[in-house]
Design a binder for this molecule. Sequence first.
Ligand code: PRX
Length: 638
Amino acid sequence: MSYPYQIKSFDQYQQVYRHSVEQPEQFWAGIASHFTWKKKWDKVLDWNFESPDVKWFVGGKLNITENALDRHLQYNGHRPAIIWEPNDPDEHHRIITYRDLHFKVVQFANVLKNNGVKKGDRVVIYMGMVPELAVAILACARIGAVHSVIFGGFSAQSIADRLQDAQAEYIVTCDGAFRGNKDIPLKGIIDDALVQCRFVKRVIVLTRTRTPVSMIKGRDVWWEDEIKKVETMGNPDCPAEEMDAEDPLFILYTSGSTGKPKGVVHTCGGYMVYTTYSFVNVFQYEQEDIYFCTADVGWITGHSYIVYGPLCAGATTLMFEGVPTWPDAGRFWDIVDKYRVNILYTAPTAIRSLMSFGLGPVHGHDLSSLKVLGSVGEPINEEAWQWFHEHIGKGKCPIVDTWWQTETGGIMISNLAGVTPARPAHATLPLPGIQPVLVDEQGNELTHEGSLSGNLCIKFPWPSIIRTTYGDHERCRTTYFATYPGKYFTGDGALCDEEGNYRITGRVDDVLNVSGHRIGTAEVENAINMHGAVVESAVVGFPHDIKGQGIYAYVIYGNMHGDENLTRQDISQTVSRIIGPIAKPDKIQFVTGLPKTRSGKIMRRILRKIAEGELSNLGDTTTLLDPGVVEEIISGRL
Ligand code: PRX
């Protein structure tokens, strides 16, 4: 397969970019024409950022699985769609061709139907990184059900919150998941979540770890038994449901600076076009390349660049069940060597963690198949960039530093591998169709000559932009479209040089980025406050060598009599129970008061500086209700 829309030179990029800005509708119609539509769109784009209301390929009808599967069958059915590497290197890997994957998706789509799932129903998927996770996702898309994948590191309470918010009556899960030397009891966690969610009608359980589970009669069924039922029905066809381009494809929950996580909604047509287009161009995917994205499908990176983008492009996507450091820190390099991986897409936190083991684990692995490296999730520091470039790419592989978000659906700012210039620690230039702009605090666009620094916004819609936050459109408006009217606000700060290269500096709101995972400070505070003896808490980020950002919690504790460390453990366990282990604080400092303004607002700026160790420049503290509290906090700093 060749891609008529693949950009091959810097000149061409500039031309295409110009066209995409001058005539966006014509530009995107041209790209979309390379996909399979059941009915062509009547209008390319309808939009306003006030409501917001954005519609792409209006009136178009399609099914994304026909693009991800059916259309490859004739010429590429024999090609590997998914290569699966198990957690345990001694277990057999699996190679699933496009024909196999199509078969499995159709089969499981029929399982969903037999269990009562209909178009528009929400299906929560809580599984480990097994190929059946991709099968479950695609089977939902096949019948028009809206999937909502929950990362395996979230707790029962987090699952219950999401099930309630999405009003999801169906769940697909596994008995357990292998991750390194751990066996996570997924079904048991689901059972705990369902105590509060009586509306769930069906739980389909795939066997993976053989961990004992309890199955509730009438509610829980085994994946394997359900497949057998479909097999006995004979011809397992399942026609792809006709979906409107703007019908929802999935909900993915993500943290914000306030309240509970919100369900970001993406729709069928625009998401398909944009993820495929960006996949092919950023990574410069060529036929027969083996592409390995190390993310988990529970996050947007896995949705867009393990499942949908690569499969719609007919690519071979490698899915890895385990973790980078098990059984040793050479596991990624082992996989690259074993499958002759050409494109490796990973996260700065993984690179930094592997760097800390030195070069020993890299040696002895043949990495010569690598052509392109990629980074996502947080700003990549120069040291990690250089290590990746020199020791993994052997100085010959372009690194794409891809900036984007759950809400953007696909990569927004990045160099195109080997086509547009790379710069260490810079995401560089916007993709065609993306119109970024920096604004000052008042919302004025920064347009003066020279390099700029401001808040990053996007001023024109792109096909995979967030459509709404599930069940609460107003929240979508206030979070993303109200801060700077007429623009989508990313929540990130950025620098931009004279040539238009962007360098993302990080969040400017109260959202933390811990190991590339987004965590809201308010969410962690709420979880800490659930601990019976906690009076109040304030959470900020601090620089962390491996995680990028660590979680620093200041806690006012009721009556501290016992061992402080035991209390810390207790608080951490509470957070783990309410959100999941990923949100556990790295440091908990007990304080007797928090710096507050006279109106009662916590001065996070001061707490952030103390956590970062920047004690000399705390700014004006005279407006505080009790300036003395700052001294106390500094002296107790961890
Ligand atoms: O702060 C930015 C950071 O990750 C945030 C988005 O997080 P999430 O929705 O979980 O998606 C992560 C994977 C796309 C952004 O607001 N971020 C992501 N990629 C980069 C980045 N920061 C700097 N450079 C990047 N390449």
